[in-house]
Write a protein that binds this ligand. Structure first.
Ligand SMILES: [Mg+2]
Length: 385
């Protein structure tokens, strides 16, 4: 949402000036290096890592904590962008990453030394070069709570106040048919793509038939069991406080997504949402969905459609990407002059079948981890705050 719509003119100008001063100050601060407080925090983190004896049995390509903090240079996947740390003296790359949270039992990394290298490079570049791109459903929101699945944006609409029982049953049938395909690691993305389009299209057609009223969306979101992951407030607030833009790139429904983060009080002006938006008629009744469909396997096309957004952020060549599906890795495809990218993947479901493909694809894999603890710790490290 545009901040103009949320704030009065004078207040907005005052806040904008204040924020600009703050951002300049933050960036100056970062260029001078760490404060003693931050350095102290780092030294504590080292102690925590040294003392961490967490269960790492869940780690796929197991890596000891000492390997996680070791700054050795690694063989690089040629598909990956070159990090600015590469090609420099060993003394540059030997800086140690001191993030205690990376020793959590839910954390798996195939190449911890590469993660170390990227983190070091991103931290050295400073928060003024950072942007965050995140998926929404099951990435910023929880997958389960108290043993029960949490709803996606689409699921939130499955409320008696909005749609009939018949429609709910039909949507459930679609889920039962297509979700196993979505997470089937024996099928290629190419094979899944037309089936995902089929799923989204059928679901949207059903929703349009229900003549959903815009005015009812806030209520059904409030009544839903959608939950942002633990630690979400710190995540959104930290990005806003450090002036780091957050792009939420979702195959869900933008109107619902916005309502979720608005009700959680974290829809700050640094947040931009790219998603499927509803098109309401003059009387506020749903008549269609706007623009090109975004589904889980066409985020690359969606990213390329938003090149203007990425061009505006051309100086932010370091990307922290969060997702929960392999298709989410394409969300950064529109970023120009990409220097470093660190990808964090939530592996929520079918863990054993999908562990290896996630380890091969994401830098950091979080297995059945319902919190934002690791992304938050990484953000604190990169931004130095
Ligand atoms: Mg998702």
């Amino acid at each position: 949402m545009d901040s103009k719509k949320r704030k009065g003119g004078a207040e907005k100008v005052r806040e904008s000036k204040k924020k600009t001063r703050k951002c300049v100050k933050l960036n100056q601060h970062h260029s001078k290096g760490l404060t003693s407080a931050a350095a102290l925090e780092d030294s504590r983190a080292v102690e925590n890592v040294a003392g961490a004896g967490g269960d790492r049995s869940a780690v796929g390509a197991e890596s000891s904590v000492s390997e996680v903090v070791a700054g050795i240079s690694a063989a690089r996947d040629p598909r990956r962008p070159r990090t600015s740390a590469e090609g420099k003296d060993t003394s540059d790359t030997e800086q140690r990453v001191k993030i205690a949270e990376l020793s959590k039992s839910s954390v798996c990394m195939k190449e911890p030394e590469r993660v170390n290298e990227i983190l070091t490079s991103m931290r050295n570049s400073g928060s003024s070069t950072l942007q965050v791109i995140s998926d929404f459903d099951m990435t910023l929101t929880r997958f389960a709570y108290n043993g029960k699945r949490c709803p996606t944006c689409h699921n939130i609409l499955e409320n008696d106040k909005l749609i009939s029982e018949e429609c709910q049953a039909e949507l459930q049938n679609l889920l039962d048919t297509y979700y196993p395909i979505e997470i089937d690691c024996t099928r290629s993305p190419e094979e899944k793509l037309p089936l995902m389009v089929e799923w989204w299209t059928k679901a949207h057609d059903l929703l349009v038939q229900q003549k959903i009223k815009k005015a009812d969306l806030a209520l059904v979101v409030r009544e839903s069991e959608a939950r942002l992951r633990d630690g979400y407030k710190e995540f959104f607030k930290h990005l806003n406080d450090t002036c780091v833009p957050l792009l939420i790139f979702s195959a869900g429904i933008g109107d619902v997504l916005e309502e979720v983060i608005r009700q959680a009080d974290v829809f700050f002006s640094n947040v931009k949402v790219v998603s499927n938006y509803m098109d309401f008629d003059e009387s506020g009744v749903l008549r269609a969905f706007k623009g090109q469909l975004i589904h889980i396997y066409n985020k690359r096309e969606g990213a390329l459609l938003n090149t203007q957004h990425f061009q505006e952020l051309h100086s932010r060549s370091n990307v922290l990407l969060l997702g929960d599906s392999l298709g989410d890795l394409n969300m950064s495809d529109g970023v120009s002059d990409l220097q470093n990218i660190l990808t964090i993947g939530y592996l929520n479901d079918k863990v054993d079948e999908r562990r290896q493909s996630y380890l091969n694809s994401y830098d950091v894999v979080l297995v059945k981890d319902e919190s934002m603890e690791v992304p938050n710790a990484i953000l604190r490290y990169i931004t130095g705050h």
